[in-house]
Unconditional design. Structure first.
Length: 202
């Protein structure tokens, strides 16, 4: 697609030390285990329901993204275009799987939506962050623009889904059965859930 190649080359063209550092930093922040660390922070700050939902959402979007990648089998830009500028974290090669959709972008958007919908003051900052992760992946030569759009759509959909799950009785019951005894962090702390707490056993 000539139009997509033009956009890709405009965002992948050239190199600037400051942009290189920014792109690599954004890349790193959207790694699965880095985002899971944020769920750990939420847990120990008393937002345990949100921490659990975020961890489950991140793992779910990872599985779905990888399933789509291998079902679609789209090659990476460097396998199709000539003279692609490649930039990657030296200790984390991540381009052995197909391109569509972007896993970094799907994770960044599910994180931004789920956390941002619970903490509305952060939403105007988290959504641009997720979009910048998508830009970084094109700048690094790892993805086409449509990979980013696909990852964003998947992440947004999963973020909204888990936002709705927070008050969906079957999911609330599943969460309570799995980790219910640990969801109450103590008097005065917030669990991060909009659902009603389970009844106290008599």
């Amino acid at each position: 697609m000539a139009g997509e190649e033009g956009i890709f080359r405009a965002l992948n063209a050239g190199s600037h030390p400051a942009l290189d550092v920014l792109a690599l930093l954004l890349d790193f922040t959207a790694l699965l285990y880095v985002l899971l660390l944020y769920a750990v922070v939420l847990w120990f700050r008393g937002r345990r329901t949100l921490a659990f939902d975020l961890a489950v959402a991140l793992l779910a979007v990872l599985v779905l993204t990888e399933a789509l990648k291998f079902a679609i089998g789209r090659p990476r830009p460097a396998d199709v275009y000539r003279d692609v500028k490649l930039l990657a974290l030296p200790f984390l090669p991540d381009r052995f799987d197909p391109a569509f959709p972007s896993g970094h972008t799907s994770r960044a958007f599910v994180f931004a939506l789920l956390v941002g919908l619970h903490e509305r003051r952060w939403l105007p900052w988290l959504l641009p962050y997720a979009a910048l992760v998508g830009w970084a992946r094109i700048y690094e030569g790892a993805h086409y623009p449509t990979d980013i759009l696909g990852g964003a759509a998947l992440g947004i959909a999963m973020g909204l889904l888990f936002w709705k799950f927070d008050t969906w009785p079957p999911y609330v019951a599943f969460r309570t059965r799995l980790v219910g005894r640990w969801l109450s962090p103590g008097p005065g702390a917030l669990s991060g859930s909009r659902s009603s707490p389970p009844p106290t056993p008599r």
